[in-house]
Design a protein around this ligand. Structure first.
Ligand code: S3P
Length: 441
C-alpha cells in the first residue's frame, strides 16, 4: 500500500461527554431533493445534508431542469427552495448525468426518468461503476423503459423512457429501498396500481414522503403501492438527523471508557435503528427517547454510555435491512464483545461502495480479531480485552463508512492509526471527526 493519502487518527485524550447533533439524514435528503425536482411548484426544504452524495442528486436534477436554490446554513445544513419540472417533465440533457459515488442518486433517477420521452446516459465514479444496476433496470424494463446496452449490469447505461408505462406488481429478490423506490417512482406515472413486495422490510422513507407530495400511496410490512397516474405537488420537507451518522458517535461512546453522550434530533424511524436493537442485545447501555415527528418521520434522541461488558449476539436475516449501513461499525463493537457475533445473510455488503464484507474482515484481522465469512454470514469472535496495536494502517477502500469505522478504532484505542483515503467521509458525514472531537471532555 502506498503511503500517500494517509490520515493519522490519534486516540481521544479523555472520555466523550455531552450532547451532539448529527447532520441531516442522507436517505431523506436525497428524497427531498429528488421528489421536489419531480413536483409541480416550489418546495421548501431544510436540514438537508450537505455532503458529496446529496450534492450529486442536486447537480443531477439541476441538469435535468429543476431549479435548485439551496444555501448553506449556520449549522452546516442546506436549506432553501427547489422548483420542480412538474408535468413538463425533465429536460433532455446534453451530456451524461454523472452521479459520483451515489447509488441512491443513480438508482432513484432510473425510476424517475422511466416515464419521460428523453434519452439519458447515467454514469458514476469508479466505485459506482462496479455496482449492480440490472436489479433496477429489470423491473423498469417490464414497465416499458429501455436500457442500453441491453442486459448490461454496470454503468454507464443509457435509458430511454416510455410515456406509456405499465403498472406492475413486483416481487423484489432482495430487500432494497433503492429498488423499491425506483419502481414506485416510475409507477407514479403508470396507469393503475404499482406494487413492490419485499422479502424483508427495507427503509420506508419513500412511502412516508410520497403522500406529502400528494401521491396516493399505501404501505404495510414488506409491501408498498402507488396509484397512478399522479402528479407530485410541491411540499415542505424538514430533514431530521441521520441515525447512520449517529451510529458512529454511539459506538465511540460505548467503546471509550468513561463516556456518556446524547445525540439529539435524530430520525428514530424503526426501519433505520436496527443497530440500537442489536446493541441492546449485546448488553450495550443505549437508550432512545422519542420526542415527536419531522413530517411523518419519528425523531428524538439517542443516549449511549460506555459499556465494558458487551456480549456477542446473532443478528437474523430479517433484521439486516434495518442496520445494513451500520454493519461495519457494529462489527467493530462486536470485536470488543465477549463471544461470537453473527450477522446472518449479509451478501448485500459485497455490492456496497466497496465489498464491505471483505473489508470488514480485512480491518478486523489487522486488529488481531478473528472474523470470517461462511456462505453469506459474517462471524466475529470478540475480545473484551482488545487493544489497538501500534502502527496500524487501514484501507478505507474509499468507502465513507469504513473510513469512519476504522477512525473509531483509532480514537477509542491505545495507539494512533492511519487510514488511507479518509477523505471519503465527505460522502455522508464531512464533519465526522470534528463532531467527535467536540465531545472530548
Ligand atoms: C438507501 C438504501 C440502502 C442503503 C443506502 C441508502 C436508500 O441501499 O444501503 O445507503 O436511501 O434508499 P439498498 O437499497 O441497496 O439496500
Amino acid at each position: 500500500m502506498s503511503t500517500d493519502r494517509l490520515t493519522t487518527i490519534d486516540p481521544l485524550t479523555g472520555p466523550l461527554r455531552g450532547t451532539a447533533t448529527v447532520p441531516g439524514d442522507k436517505s431523506i435528503s436525497h428524497r427531498a431533493v429528488l421528489f421536489s425536482a419531480m413536483a409541480e411548484g416550489t418546495s421548501t426544504v431544510s436540514g438537508v445534508l450537505d455532503s458529496q452524495d446529496v450534492r450529486s442528486s442536486m447537480a443531477a436534477v439541476a441538469q435535468l431542469g429543476a431549479q435548485v436554490d439551496l444555501k448553506e446554513q449556520e449549522d452546516g445544513s442546506l436549506a432553501g427552495t427547489i422548483t420542480g419540472w412538474g408535468s413538463a417533465g425533465p429536460a433532455q440533457p446534453n451530456e451524461r448525468v454523472y452521479c459520483g459515488n451515489s447509488g441512491t442518486t443513480v438508482r432513484l433517477l432510473m425510476g424517475i426518468l422511466a416515464p419521460w420521452p428523453i434519452t439519458v446516459t447515467l454514469d458514476g465514479d469508479e466505485s459506482l461503476r462496479r455496482r449492480p444496476m440490472r436489479r433496477i433496470a429489470a423491473p423498469l424494463m417490464k414497465m416499458g423503459a429501455k436500457f442500453e446496452p441491453v442486459g448490461q449490469e454496470l454503468l454507464p447505461l443509457t435509458e430511454t423512457g416510455n410515456p406509456a408505462l405499465k403498472a406492475i406488481t413486483y416481487d423484489a429478490p432482495m430487500a432494497s429501498a433503492q429498488l423499491k423506490t425506483a419502481v414506485l417512482l416510475a409507477g407514479v406515472f403508470a396507469k393503475g396500481t404499482t406494487t413492490v413486495n419485499e422479502p424483508a422490510p427495507s427503509r420506508n422513507h419513500t412511502e412516508l414522503m410520497l403522500p406529502e407530495f400528494g401521491v396516493p400511496t399505501t404501505a404495510a410490512a414488506r409491501t408498498a403501492s402507488v396509484k397512478g397516474p399522479a402528479q407530485l405537488k410541491a411540499s415542505d420537507v424538514c430533514v431530521p438527523g441521520d441515525p447512520s451518522s449517529a451510529a458512529f458517535l454511539t459506538a465511540a461512546a460505548l467503546l471509550k471508557p468513561g463516556s456518556s453522550v446524547t445525540i439529539e434530533n435524530v430520525s428514530l424511524n424503526p426501519a433505520r435503528i436496527g443497530f440500537l436493537r442489536t446493541l441492546e442485545r449485546m448488553g450495550a447501555n443505549v437508550e432512545e427517547a422519542h420526542c415527536g415527528q419531522e413530517g411523518k418521520e419519528p425523531n428524538g434522541s439517542i443516549t449511549a454510555v460506555y459499556t465494558p461488558t458487551l456480549r456477542g449476539c446473532e443478528v437474523p436475516p430479517q433484521h439486516i435491512a434495518s442496520l445494513i449501513d451500520e454493519i461495519p461499525v457494529l462489527a467493530l463493537v462486536a470485536a470488543h464483545a465477549r463471544g461470537v457475533t453473527v450477522f446472518k445473510e449479509v451478501g448485500e455488503l459485497r455490492v456496497k461502495e466497496t465489498d464491505r464484507l471483505a473489508a470488514i474482515i480485512e480491518g478486523l484481522s489487522l486488529l488481531g480479531v478473528d472474523a470470517w465469512e461462511e456462505g453469506n454470514n459474517l462471524f466475529i469472535e470478540g475480545n473484551p480485552d482488545l487493544e489497538v496495536p501500534a502502527g496500524l494502517v487501514f484501507d478505507s477502500h474509499r468507502d465513507h463508512r469504513l473510513a469512519m469505522t476504522w477512525a473509531i478504532a483509532g480514537l477509542c484505542g491505545q495507539n494512533s492509526v492511519q487510514i488511507r483515503d479518509f477523505e471519503s467521509v465527505a460522502v455522508s458525514y464531512p464533519g465526522f471527526l470534528s463532531d467527535i472531537r467536540a465531545l472530548e471532555a
